[in-house]
Design a protein around this ligand. Structure first.
Ligand SMILES: Cc1cc2nc3c(=O)[nH]c(=O)nc-3n(C[C@H](O)[C@H](O)[C@H](O)COP(=O)(O)O)c2cc1C
Length: 200
């Protein structure tokens, strides 16, 4: 099994989501001996925003690219390939300014490539990257349960309703992490406790 472990927190060792993704991956490796883990730290370095130059570089045949556009396209292709090769993705997704970190949005922009990882059909977009399970460790400083912001960020979705080829499971959404030490500890403990069940 190929595991892709992604962190996107900018808070380094103080990050809550980094601790949760580490617990998840440690448990997965323990329960799936022989699993290969690839790690990408989006919080440490952005892979390169999807701008006009990168878009053009990716759609230019390799032999016609400049040295700079070749380097950019190859770096972006490596990110896409990691996604493509993964059977299971463990994703740390903190809430910053009511959304995901811009680095994580950039990663999504790099892996969502029409004709490679998905295709448009009359019935809507369809995945081309094979069966994958995505486990998301979503964290937030405030309380968002019952609010549109909670539905968008923490209530990732019902796996039963997810696309057949993409199962999405929330780790339990640790929220209220900035509302006091006791709330932070109990929210993180609840999320950590759910790790074994999610992995099973
Ligand atoms: C720049 C920044 C913006 C934030 N914006 C929000 C926000 O909009 N809503 C919220 O509930 N918490 C917000 N927080 C708090 C984080 O969600 C909280 O610290 C959480 O633990 C982040 O996950 P992490 O520790 O893995 O980085 C913000 C934190 C930072 C550093």
């Amino acid at each position: 099994m190929n595991i892709l472990h992604i962190d996107s927190s900018i808070l380094g060792d103080a990050s809550a989501s980094r601790g949760l993704t580490r617990d998840l991956v440690d448990t997965l490796v323990r329960t799936h001996p022989g699993a290969d883990v690839v790690y990408r730290d989006l919080g440490a370095s952005v892979a390169g925003h999807l701008d006009g130059e990168l878009l053009a570089a990716r759609s230019t045949p390799a032999e016609l690219r400049s040295a700079e556009s070749r380097a950019r396209a190859e770096a972006a292709d490596a990110v896409t390939r990691e996604f493509f090769d993964a059977d299971l993705i463990v994703l740390g997704a903190p809430m910053y300014n009511f959304g995901i970190p811009s680095q994580l949005k950039t990663w999504i922009d790099l892996v969502a490539v029409a004709g490679i990882t998905f295709r448009y059909t009359e019935a809507g977009p369809r995945g081309l990257a094979g069966d994958k399970r995505v486990i998301i460790a979503a964290t937030a400083g405030g309380q968002h349960a019952g609010l549109p912001s909670g539905a968008a960020h923490l209530d990732i979705g019902d796996p039963e309703e997810a696309e057949e080829e993409l199962q999405v499971v929330d780790v339990g959404g640790a929220e209220g992490l900035s509302t006091g030490a006791a709330q932070r500890e109990s929210a993180l403990a609840a999320a950590r406790n759910s790790v074994e069940a999610i992995v099973a």
